[in-house]
Design a protein around this ligand. Structure first.
Ligand code: URA
Length: 257
């Protein structure tokens, strides 16, 4: 037990004993306890406060322990899903990939970014968003006062389409169960879909990005914000102001959840 904890436990005991003493004396008929009404009330209040503080401390410790267990559980679950995914040969991308890119980040993230598919750098390193678009994504994350380690980052496809071509419907259909399991495990309140492929797949729509972005869409229990892909920003810096608007909305929501 820490010094502070021991001191407050001792204080609580002394207060309890004092109160019990006076209560006992009162029932024995002692009428003239030389203690003012204010002192008696103060004593009772002190006991009450010490009880509430002890209760709160207990609840906080229990909450922290529960959070710790949940966070370990999700990490283990993600490890299992990753292991399940690692040897995937459901589509022909298995033949051309160097590494499967499962995704990475905080298993308890309140915000998950979903991109399109690994590029050359990601395929090489086995990590999502580590190339030029990834560096821009890091800046976007930091612009809303978060760190990369606080969020989770993954893609619709786990394997790189050769030459970075757009994923086919068949490839997406093969890969989606993995992403859905991943999102189910993390259960984030906020998802950001980066680019058309992610937004169209997750929202089951073909509407253009300029009609989808700028507002949250329901995705199960989560709120999903579609926005332009960082690679599109590199090609077209005019989109920056829209992405900035979208991520500021995410930041506001993030502070609430
Ligand atoms: N583009 C994506 O959509 N995902 C990555 O991981 C990298 C680039």
């Amino acid at each position: 037990m820490k010094h502070d904890d021991r001191a407050s436990a001792e204080l609580l005991e002394v207060l309890e004993l004092t109160r019990e003493f006076f209560e006992r004396e009162k029932t024995r008929g002692l009428q003239n306890i030389s203690m003012s009404h204010e002192t008696w009330t103060a004593l009772e209040t002190a006991v009450e406060k010490a009880h509430v503080a002890a209760q709160q401390k207990h609840t906080t410790q229990k909450d922290a322990a529960r959070k710790d267990i949940v966070s370990k559980d999700v990490a283990l679950l993600l490890r299992d899903i990753s292991a399940l995914t690692s040897g995937c040969e459901k589509c022909h991308l298995a033949q051309t990939r160097t590494n499967l890119v499962f995704g990475q980040g905080n298993p308890n993230a309140k915000l998950v970014f979903v991109g399109e598919a690994p590029g050359a750098d990601e395929d090489e390193q086995g990590l999502a968003f580590v190339g030029k678009a990834g560096q821009l994504l890091t800046k976007i994350i930091e612009a809303i006062k978060l760190k990369r380690e606080e969020v989770y980052i993954c893609n619709i496809l786990k394997c790189r389409p050769p030459g970075n071509r757009t994923p086919t419907t068949e490839e997406i259909a093969c890969c989606m169960p993995y992403l859905m399991k991943q999102l189910e495990a993390i259960n984030p309140p906020i998802i950001c879909a980066l680019g058309n492929v992610a937004a169209h797949t997750l929202l089951n729509t073909t509407a253009p990005m300029n009609r989808l972005r700028g507002r949250f869409h329901k995705f199960g229990q989560a709120l999903l914000m579609p926005t332009y892909h960082p690679a599109a920003l590199l090609r077209n810096p005019d989109y920056k102001k829209f992405v900035w608007e979208d991520v500021q909305m995410i930041q506001k929501e993030y502070e609430k959840v």
